[in-house]
Design a binder for this molecule. Structure first.
Ligand SMILES: [Zn+2]
Length: 312
């Protein structure tokens, strides 16, 4: 069986032909046209049809991973594709290609891809968090996506960690996203740098705060920088508290981290696993929850989206 996986991002859209072993056989990539979803989805449809023609294959369907909140294939909430709101992405692609289409939120499909072919292959129950500009969430229960009524659940980034926290894009205060996204980490690093002009983080960014990224505090910590350590300890504490909440609800075997901050790999997961070990509810005698980083990398979105078809 072969399926098409489409990974829609704010800048690029990746399209791949994926076989039943989760291998990407061929791929295409186009730019996202933010202000013109119609033309953009026509371009996506062209790439899909070209890939099928070029490889002389029959595909079982098109799976799509889309950032934002969907209602039966229609985008109803999005942070950076506002002109796409109201577009039924699934039905447009189906109309253009005459191929069966399945669609889900991008974090859900990433979780499905990792639980099928990636870092959580061994697990039945998985939580995935994408630590990027915001925090996306994917929930896998018994190897299937759990996304609530009409696919609108699993918004794990918008679980409140502190009522007195900062205002979140969703309208509430103190969501996990405001503490543990890459953007939040950068904000916290800048705050500490301003308090400590001697921090090694200044050297790493050539004294320019615009150069601070999610790796800056982790690099500085290796040089025994106290401010960086404070930023990371705080970050790990809040991220882990969020994960502990999910553990108490779902008790997954594996929690996967992906996105910008997860590029730190063991440097991050070792700290989080240690924090969890000291703070589990019912730790003694209970099964451990292991925090890992995702492994499918560049192809996660495409493979995960194809899984929407391959696993049917
Ligand atoms: Zn929120």
């Amino acid at each position: 069986m072969i399926a098409i996986g489409v990974d829609i991002g704010g800048t690029f859209i990746k399209v791949g032909l994926v076989n039943e072993k989760g291998k990407v056989i061929d791929r295409g990539k186009i730019e996202t046209i933010k202000d013109n979803p119609k033309t953009c989805l026509e371009n996506v449809s062209k790439v899909i049809l070209e890939l099928i023609k070029k490889n002389k294959v029959k595909v079982s369907g098109v799976g799509i991973g889309m950032p934002g909140l969907l209602n039966n294939g229609t985008l109803i909430e999005s942070s950076n594709l506002k002109p796409w709101l109201g577009t039924n992405i699934a039905s447009v692609i189906n109309k253009n290609t005459h191929i069966k289409v399945a669609i889900s939120n991008d974090a859900n499909v990433a979780a499905l891809g990792e639980a099928t072919f990636g870092a959580a292959k061994s697990a039945n129950n998985v939580i995935l968090l994408t630590l990027g500009t915001g925090i996306g969430g994917g929930i896998i229960i018994n190897k299937k996506i759990y996304d609530g009524n009409k696919g609108q659940g699993a918004e794990l980034g918008h679980v409140v960690i502190s009522l007195d926290g900062e205002k979140c894009g969703c309208g509430r205060n103190g969501c996990l996203e405001t503490f543990a996204s890459a953007r939040a980490l950068i904000r916290q690093a800048i705050k500490e740098m301003e308090l400590n002009k001697k921090s090694y983080m200044w050297k790493l960014v050539d004294n320019n705060l615009d150069n601070v990224d999610a790796s800056t505090p982790f690099k500085a910590e290796k040089h025994s920088d106290k401010s960086a350590k404070k930023v990371i300890d705080n970050y790990v504490k809040y991220l882990s508290q969020g994960i502990l909440n999910y553990c108490n609800i779902f008790r997954p075997e594996i929690v996967l981290l992906s996105g910008g901050v997860a590029l730190q790999k063991a440097n991050l997961t070792n700290k989080v696993n240690k924090y969890l070990k000291d703070h589990y509810y019912g730790l003694k005698g209970a099964e451990k929850v292991i925090v890992k980083t995702s492994t499918l990398g560049y192809d996660t979105g495409v493979i995960g989206a194809a899984c929407l078809i391959l696993l049917k």
